[in-house]
Structures are given as structure tokens and as C-alpha cells.
Design a protein around this ligand. Structure first.
Ligand code: IPE
Ligand code: IPE
Ligand code: MG
Ligand code: MG
Length: 324
């Protein structure tokens, strides 16, 4: 259902996205069967390919040439994929895109090198772009994702953190890569600076909204929809927005502490998740996600009308409303 609707949104870009898909398959090919298998395992498990889509749509505000833009869209998806392979090691996650994670199917060491390999391939692709600004944006983004993931490790199991800490974390680990996808699409295609900045900010706000929804869904979806236990973030010690709204409530505090202690039974987990779902933390978190979404839409309102503008709008709205 989700995939079908997305496909409709992407339909006008079908042939260009097919080309990106073929390039991605080529990109993860190497002389090692193990690296090939582990990378293809994740690539072929699907995924929304949101970052390439944003690159291509942003490039439509400049001089769009797919042969040039593939060298931007492919590395952006590769960086995303590599960070997922590493993220699943950090989060000790078993399932990704409905399949076993690389770390679960093979092991942590294979996942480390598969991630590094995919990162390196991303760098190789971007060398086809002869624009130092593009390289700087990409390196900066990669550094910030690493910083974000490390901060996430440092902030783990700390219930007493500020909303600000959470927002900084998700900015680095998620929003910046989406912002950079939009920004690079615009910069490399030669869109004017004002347009490029609107697109960059659009991506940033969409990314913030998107990660908040991801964090809400971790609680509100069923185990089956998620392909992992609901409340996994909390059990793993990742303190997300809904939890920050509840941490000072006497009704929730003891249960939250118990959850991050790692001693929670399955029955207790399901009961806590159910209570959080019924609490005001969910509508409060949704309202914040929605505020970011509105900011995103405002950024593109400033751009000239075009089919690409409409697609960006539709995708942002779709992302903002996704149910699982
Ligand atoms: C998952 O990103 C990680 C987050 C930033 C929440 P996506 O939801 O874009 O992952 P795929 O590529 O579609 O699997
Ligand atoms: C997103 O974080 C992963 C990265 C941006 C690297 P999460 O840990 O919330 O993503 P999922 O839930 O594993 O997809
Ligand atoms: Mg994770
Ligand atoms: Mg998550």
C-alpha cells in the first residue's frame, strides 16, 4: 500500500529512477563475493530511494541532465545505505527493510566493512562531479552523520536530556542528508543560489519531520508492521521525542526507567507501549512533526511553479502522513 502510493508519486521519473537503480547495482559490485552479497542483500530488500528522488527533483530547478545527476543521486543513496548498515550494528537491530540486517545475516565485522565499502563507492561516484562545493557538502554531511550517531551512543539510556539534545541529534543523523540531497541536486544542476538555499532548507525541514514520525511509529505501529518489536528505540535506550514528553510524569517515570534497564518482560513492554500510545505524548510529537512539515512547504512555496515543485510538495505531504 505504502509502496504503491509512492510509486505513483514517482511515476513521471520512472525511467530515470530505473537508471539509478541499475547504477546502484553496478556501484555495489566488487571483486569480493562477500561484499557483493552483503551489499546486494540490502539494496534488493527495497527502500524508498527518497534521497535520489530529492536529488533529481531539486535538479529540475537547474539544467537537468540525468547522466550528470546520476553521479550525485547514486552516492547519496549509497551514503544512506552505508549508514544504515552501521546503524544496525550500533542499534543491534535484527531486521531492516523486512529482511535480516547485514549484521544479523553475517556479523558485525562484515557489517563494518560492508558499510565502509559502500561509503568508499559513494566517494568514487562523486569524483565525476567537478565541483569542489559538491565535495565539501558531501564530506560535511558524512562527518555530521558520524557525529550524530556517536552522540546517539553517548546519549543512550539518559532519560534526563533536553528536547534540544534530541533535535540536534536527529538533525545530524537524518535531516542533513536529506537537506544535502536537495542542495546538491540544485547546486550541481546550476540552479541559482536562492533556489538552492530554499531547496536545502526544504530538505532539512522534511528530514526533521520525517525522523520525528519514524520515532512516533516505533511506538504506535504493531510489531508486525515494524518488522521489529514496537518500542525498540526505548528498549535499546534511544530516547526519542514522545519519551521526552513523558519522562517527568510520575505515572510514566518508573516504567520508563525499568524499560531502559533492560529487564523488561514482553508483557510489560506491550503494556507500556500501549500506555504511551494513549498518552498525549503522541499528539504532541505529531504536532511538532507537522510544524516542521509546514515549514518545509513554505520553503518551496517561494519557488516558481513547475511539475517538480508539485512533486516535492506531494512527497513531503505523503512523508508527513505516512502511517507505517
Ligand atoms: C530510514 O530511512 C532511517 C531514517 C532516517 C529514519 P528511510 O525510511 O528513508 O529508509 P529506506 O531507504 O526507505 O529503507
Ligand atoms: C536512522 O536512525 C539511521 C540513520 C540516520 C543512520 P534510526 O536508528 O532511528 O533508524 P531506524 O529506525 O533504524 O531505521
Ligand atoms: Mg536504527
Ligand atoms: Mg528508528
Amino acid at each position: 500500500m505504502e509502496k504503491m502510493k509512492l510509486k505513483m508519486l514517482y511515476s513521471e521519473m520512472r525511467s530515470d529512477l530505473d537508471l539509478i537503480e541499475k547504477e546502484l547495482e553496478k556501484a555495489v559490485n566488487s571483486s569480493s563475493d562477500l561484499l557483493n552479497e552483503a551489499s546486494l542483500h540490502l539494496l534488493q530488500a527495497g527502500g524508498k530511494r527518497m534521497r535520489p528522488v530529492f536529488v533529481l527533483l531539486a535538479a529540475k530547478f537547474g539544467h537537468y541532465q540525468i547522466q550528470q545527476m546520476k553521479d550525485v543521486a547514486v552516492p547519496l543513496e549509497l551514503i544512506h545505505m552505508a549508514s544504515l548498515v552501521h546503524d544496525d550494528v550500533i542499534d543491534d537491530s535484527q531486521m531492516r527493510r523486512g529482511k535480516l540486517t547485514v549484521k544479523a545475516q553475517w556479523n558485525n565485522r562484515v557489517a563494518m566493512y560492508t558499510g565502509d565499502f559502500i561509503f568508499a563507492r559513494a566517494l568514487e561516484y562523486i569524483t565525476n562531479i567537478k565541483n569542489p562545493l559538491a565535495h565539501r557538502i558531501l564530506s560535511y554531511t558524512m562527518v555530521e552523520i558520524c557525529v550524530g550517531e556517536i552522540i546517539q551512543i553517548e546519549d543512550k539510556f539518559k532519560l534526563d536530556q533536553r528536547l534540544q539534545d534530541y533535535f540536534r541529534r536527529i538533525k545530524r543523523k537524518t535531516a542533513l542528508l536529506i537537506a544535502s540531497s536537495c542542495h546538491l541536486g540544485a547546486v550541481v544542476s546550476g540552479a541559482d543560489e536562492k533556489t538552492a538555499n530554499h531547496l536545502k532548507r526544504f530538505g532539512y525541514y522534511v528530514g526533521m519531520s520525517f525522523q520525528i514520525i519514524d520515532d512516533i511509529l516505533d511506538i504506535t505501529s504493531t510489531d508486525k508492521e515494524l518488522g521489529k518489536p514496537a518500542g525498540s528505540d526505548l528498549i535499546q535506550g534511544n530516547i526519542t521525542l514522545p519519551i521526552l514528553f513523558l519522562k517527568d510524569s510520575p505515572e510514566f517515570r518508573p516504567a520508563l526507567e525499568h524499560a531502559i534497564s533492560g529487564n523488561m518482560t514482553e508483557i510489560e513492554r506491550l503494556a507500556l507501549v500501549k500506555r504511551i500510545r494513549q498518552s498525549d505524548a503522541i499528539p504532541k510529537s505529531k504536532a511538532i512533526s507537522n510544524r516542521y512539515l509546514q515549514k518545509a512547504l513554505k520553503e518551496i512555496d517561494a519557488l516558481p511553479s513547475s511539475p517538480a515543485k508539485k512533486s516535492l510538495r506531494d512527497i513531503a505531504l505523503y512523508m508527513g502522513k505516512r502511517e507505517f
